[in-house]
Design a protein around this ligand. Structure first.
Ligand code: ATP
Ligand code: MN
Ligand code: MN
Length: 309
């Protein structure tokens, strides 16, 4: 259960040693959720979040005036940044080197909440080996009018295709409309291999089932279909972090689930903050997959065999 704010705004509260200013400021008017509630949630979820989002470049969706105010997506560390958030210099494809944010300990999540962060978004690689991703994400984006059952079927289709070529995956409901099918990887292949693999899988799905799936960004071609967004798997791209609150109505949370749990869910925004907190004593479904798999030559060949069959 979330703590109710006891102090008048203007006072501060300390969460994991981080001073949270204006903890009573309402961030989600519809859910009655304050900045203090957001910080308290991230403090409680921080250990779990470190497992999947620690030590990697992270972008923040900050909404200093709450969800209904102006929100901005921040990729680079700025001036006057709190100590709780680390940085790593990364050379971007343009050749320019920029400081990216990295969360290295639990207090980093509280420090981000103090800056008005609602959402955390992560790279697919960790800072110690930036050029070799440790996760692959298929972001399933349904067109208007499709149901969550359609999304679940798409997720199972992706799962089955991957399983058939030797890759285990875990679904995550995003807190929005869709599901991310996440594939933990051992860090052997570089970005290019992983990007091409993701694109090939998405294109194959669309080719096999052109009425249901599309693998191109073009909005016009998406009518009535599910876009299998493979573009999250580029160096520099992000996907929403597991256990991130979303800046959407009702303060939903992005939550990894088991395939069995997914089959019973009715929406991608089924988990609110308190429902998510109750799950934290159980192991995370994402950690149940041994990251002992990779986009190996054998996996690529198995995919090619399926395509030409
Ligand atoms: P939904 O299930 O509603 O689609 P989502 O988180 O998958 O939720 P998408 O719009 O599909 O939302 O975006 C997928 C991911 O791409 C996001 O989680 C985010 O990390 C990244 N992304 C989306 N829009 C932007 C943006 N404007 N700038 C940077 N990254 C973005
Ligand atoms: Mn999506
Ligand atoms: Mn998308």
């Amino acid at each position: 259960k979330l703590e109710k704010p006891e102090k008048a705004s203007g006072e501060t509260r300390t969460v994991l040693g981080v001073r949270i200013s204006s903890p009573d400021r309402v961030v989600f008017p519809d859910a009655g959720c304050t900045k203090g509630d957001v910080a308290a949630y991230y403090a409680k979820a921080s250990k779990r979040m470190l497992q999947s989002s620690g030590d990697r470049p992270v972008s923040l969706l900050r909404c200093p005036d709450g969800r209904d105010g102006d929100c901005f997506f921040q990729k680079h560390a700025g001036k006057g940044f709190p100590d709780g958030i680390g940085t790593v210099d990364i050379e971007e494809s343009s050749g320019k080197t920029e400081p990216y944010m990295v969360i290295r300990d639990a207090a980093g999540f509280a420090a981000a909440a103090q800056m008005g962060t609602i959402e955390f978004h992560i790279w697919g690689a960790r800072t110690d080996i930036l050029e070799k991703p440790d996760r692959l994400v298929f972001d399933l984006d349904p067109d208007e009018g499709l149901t969550f059952s359609d999304v679940k079927k798409a997720a199972r289709d992706v799962r089955d295709l991957l399983a058939g070529i030797g890759l285990e995956s875990v679904p995550m409901v995003t807190g929005g409309k869709g599901v991310h099918v996440v594939v933990p990887l051992r860090r052997t292949a570089e970005w290019e291999t992983v990007t091409v693999f993701a694109r090939t899988v998405a294109s194959f799905m669309a080719q096999r089932n052109p009425d249901r799936y599309v693998a191109t960004m073009s909005k016009a071609k998406r009518k009535g279909k599910i876009f299998i967004d493979w573009l999250r798997n580029d160096r520099g791209s992000t996907a929403v972090a597991p256990y991130s609150i979303r800046a959407r109505k009702g303060a939903p949370v992005a939550v990894p689930v088991t395939w069995q749990e997914l089959s019973r869910l009715r929406a991608a925004n089924s988990f609110d903050i308190s429902k998510t907190l109750k799950r934290l004593d159980k192991p995370c479904p994402l950690q149940s997959v041994e990251a002992n798999q990779s986009i190996s030559q054998a996996v690529v060949e198995a995919l090619e065999a399926q395509i030409s069959a």
